[in-house]
Write a protein that binds this ligand. Structure first.
Ligand code: SF4
Length: 732
């Protein structure tokens, strides 16, 4: 197991049977015999897993097969509707490429291959290897990377085993800076859904977020309602995004200059006395330090940095103040572009604070979450989170992580981590440190276990592959972590039985716990566990299964007249200058730092997403990937640049980055005025190189392959990768 060649999983062990193909065909055509058969119909309420938003779904079953997925009218995040990806869950459960059996890597006659294994054999081997590695190197040599919501039982199992290195890559490029930037300023996170009362807002400014293209269901419903009520939108983005198409003003800002623009907006608010003086005096600290920092960033100066005219900057700041407090700057998502993501989010939070929109209709609001009792946890050793991460402000992030995921890669390369347990993360194509570095780390790790539903690229590097059933075939832990207008607890429950020889994560974790002699970590069954939790809330599993949710009292969103505000920051106030940043040796007030310029003939790669896809989650989903605009990604090129490189709209080119890496697959050129001349744009999540992803293989180019430079935000340990540049190689 010391060498980890990427190997192709034999089709023998996949689900691609004729029977499965027939099922897919029928389901897609919607009129096959199976669907026409008369039989009992039922609807099961559960939770979507096509992205982290976790909307409530109603899965419609006929003759034992799911034929339609709609939005649950009971779940506050769906409100009876789903995004296109959510309706496409059928494409995941009935994907003919699904992993069907446990697999074990073995070497025979000089070649490495996989063989089908029983669950007992695969779990025994996994437990033995993890036990040996823990005995030899200590528990800190084992790490788990996870994505999606089924990881919690594995985490409980690993805690009991003494392991405490957990990371989700989305921390590195989105959640980390996003939450921490807000926590440092307000004492609480920006929220998911974002704590902006957008449907009651009159003016919202966005910076480079792919809002709408990410199709987060509730957010899209809320902004649509806001627009219906007269909301005006302003979008700063080097690309004319879908959201820009809804905006009253699109400002094609130079990429990497957001903080300069935010400082200039602050400059106008303060120098023209447009900020909410009373609110700022009563509720904030650090105003003088802030003014000292932004005093020099006049609109004229910012115009030379950002390429946005000074008059536009003034107009926007004045409008922002005019519509406040029913106005906001949106915190965005996928916030880590460079190494300054935390400061960039802080600057957004500061802009909001200056106009006094906190807990005001149309402004920044703080949703409540359902305060559910903690599960009866098996006692486990006390862990000092700080020991894993070297970033001083990482430790304020309390949820699923104890370490940034790029640290797992780096510690593996430094021989500190020896075993990976990967749950639902397609590591080579996940934007932590680029494909090449991820593969180097996977080649080095002594033992790698992948739990997944599909033969993603990561499974080709694993020693043991454990096929989990999809979210439509299993229970997961209760979803009780997210604050919203109406707090809720939501249930994921099986709609149909697990297909093939796949198993739910909760069962796999239980089997591993037994093999590791960790008795008593889990109750008798997952149903008992869930029932026990729900009984503490005065309900039961039986009850919650009916609608899929347990609702709390609606959040009191707005400030009452005369209400004294308190913030969980060291000063108890909104920190325009952050004492924690200062104490940790960082700038207390966000500073603008110039980013790298592109080499001659190269263009900065900007990335985003398509509304019907969620990267690896949906890459192979025939329901979604066959939609005409979802088949492949394109490279957006400004017409002047296309003409310089003699590129035609619709032709295919390879991309070469500044380090000489050339994309394995070609990508289609889209010549468009919707992108600045100094940047190109592509959707992440294409260019899969694993042939067993029959649908996704070789469609478009991989963005991750072209990341040769990553920069760490040393405050929270997040990773930025937008200082990568490409040029074009025409097909011979
Ligand atoms: Fe599913 Fe769409 Fe909701 Fe995400 S936003 S959970 S993909 S329905």
């Amino acid at each position: 197991f010391s060498r980890r060649d990427f190997i192709k999983i034999s089709s023998l062990f996949l689900a691609g049977s004729a029977a499965m193909s027939t099922q897919i065909g029928r389901t897609f055509n919607g009129s096959g015999d199976a669907l026409a058969a008369t039989g009992e119909e039922r609807v099961v309420h559960s939770i979507c897993e096509h992205c982290f938003w976790r909307c409530g779904i109603a899965a419609h079953v006929r003759d034992g097969k799911i034929y339609k997925i709609t939005g649950s009218e009971h779940h506050p995040l769906s409100n009876g509707r789903l995004c296109p990806r959510g309706t496409g869950g059928i494409g995941q459960i009935y994907d003919p490429d699904r992993l069907a059996h446990p697999l074990i890597r073995e070497r025979k006659g000089g070649t490495t291959t996989y063989r089908k294994a029983s669950w007992d054999e695969a779990i025994t081997l996994t437990a033995e290897k993890l036990y040996q590695i823990k005995e030899k190197y200590g528990p800190e040599a084992i790490a788990m990377m996870h994505h999606g919501y089924g990881y919690t039982f594995f985490k409980q199992m690993f805690h009991a085993f003494g392991v405490n290195k957990f990371a989700k890559p989305s921390y590195d490029f989105c959640c980390g800076p996003r939450h921490q930037g807000y926590i440092l300023t307000y004492g609480h996170s920006a929220g998911t859904p974002e704590g902006i009362d957008i449907q009651n807002s009159r003016y919202v400014i966005f910076f480079g977020t792919h809002y709408g293209e990410n199709m987060h269901n509730t957010a899209v419903q809320e902004i649509a309602e806001g627009i219906r009520r007269g909301l005006k939108i302003v979008v700063f983005d080097p690309r004319f995004s879908t959201l820009a198409g809804k905006a009253e003003k699109w400002l094609p800002i130079k990429a990497g200059t957001d903080i300069a623009m935010m400082q200039a907006l602050m400059h106008v608010l303060i120098s023209e006395n447009l900020y909410d003086k009373e609110f700022v005096e009563e509720n904030t600290v650090g105003f003088n330090e802030l003014w000292d920092e932004v005093r020099e960033m006049t609109p004229e100066k910012a115009a030379t940095i950002t390429d946005i005219p000074a008059d536009d900057i003034r107009d926007i700041a004045r409008n922002f103040a005019r519509y406040a407090p029913a106005a906001a700057v949106h915190p965005g998502r996928r916030t880590q572009w460079y190494a300054d993501g935390t400061q960039r989010v802080r600057a957004i939070a500061i802009l909001n604070a200056l106009v006094g929109n906190y807990k005001m209709p149309g402004g920044v609001v703080k949703y409540q979450k359902y305060n559910i009792a903690k599960p009866d946890a098996h006692p486990h050793p006390h862990f000092e989170k700080e020991i894993w991460s070297k970033y001083p402000l990482f430790t304020d992030i309390k949820p699923e992580n104890t370490i940034a995921s790029h640290e797992i890669i780096q510690q593996t390369l430094q021989d500190e981590i020896k075993a990976w347990f990967v749950y639902g993360v397609n590591v080579p194509e996940t934007v932590t440190m680029g494909r090449k570095t991820a593969i180097e780390a996977m080649n080095k790790v002594e033992f790698l276990v992948a739990v997944d539903t599909l033969p993603m690229e990561v499974t080709g590097y694993a020693d043991v592959v454990l096929p989990e059933c999809t979210y439509l075939e299993r229970y997961d832990d209760l979803d009780a972590g997210r604050p919203y207008r109406t707090p809720f607890v939501a249930l994921r429950q099986p709609v149909v039985e697990p297909m093939f020889d796949s198993k739910p994560g909760n069962e796999i974790a239980r089997m591993m716990a037994e093999k590791l002699d960790l008795h008593g970590v889990f109750p008798d069954s997952v149903e008992t566990y869930l029932d026990n939790r729900l009984k503490k809330e005065g309900s039961s599993l039986e009850e919650v299964k009916k609608t899929g949710v347990l609702l709390g009292k609606p959040t009191d969103l707005y400030r009452k007249p005369g209400e004294k505000l308190k913030f969980k920051t060291p000063s108890g106030k909104i920190e325009l200058a952050s004492s924690k940043m200062k104490d940790a040796g960082f700038d207390a007030v966000p500073k603008y730092v110039a980013q790298d310029e592109a080499p001659n003939g190269y263009y900065r790669i900007l990335t985003g997403r398509k509304p019907m896809l969620t990267f690896g989650r949906t890459a192979n989903n025939r329901f979604l990937g066959d939609l005409p605009t979802a088949k492949e990604n394109e490279i957006w090129v400004n017409p002047d640049i296309a003409s310089q490189h003699r590129l035609e709209h619709g032709e295919y080119v390879h991309l070469k980055n500044q380090a000489g890496v050339v994309s394995e697959f070609p990508i289609k050129v889209k010549v468009t005025e919707r992108i600045r001349k100094d940047a190109v744009y592509m959707v992440h999540g294409f260019g899969h190189y694993f042939k067993k992803l029959n649908h996704a293989y070789a469609r478009g180019a991989s963005h991750n392959e072209l990341i040769s430079k990553s920069e760490i935000d040393t405050t929270v340990g997040a990773v930025g990768f937008q200082n990568n540049f490409v040029t074009f190689i025409k097909e011979a």
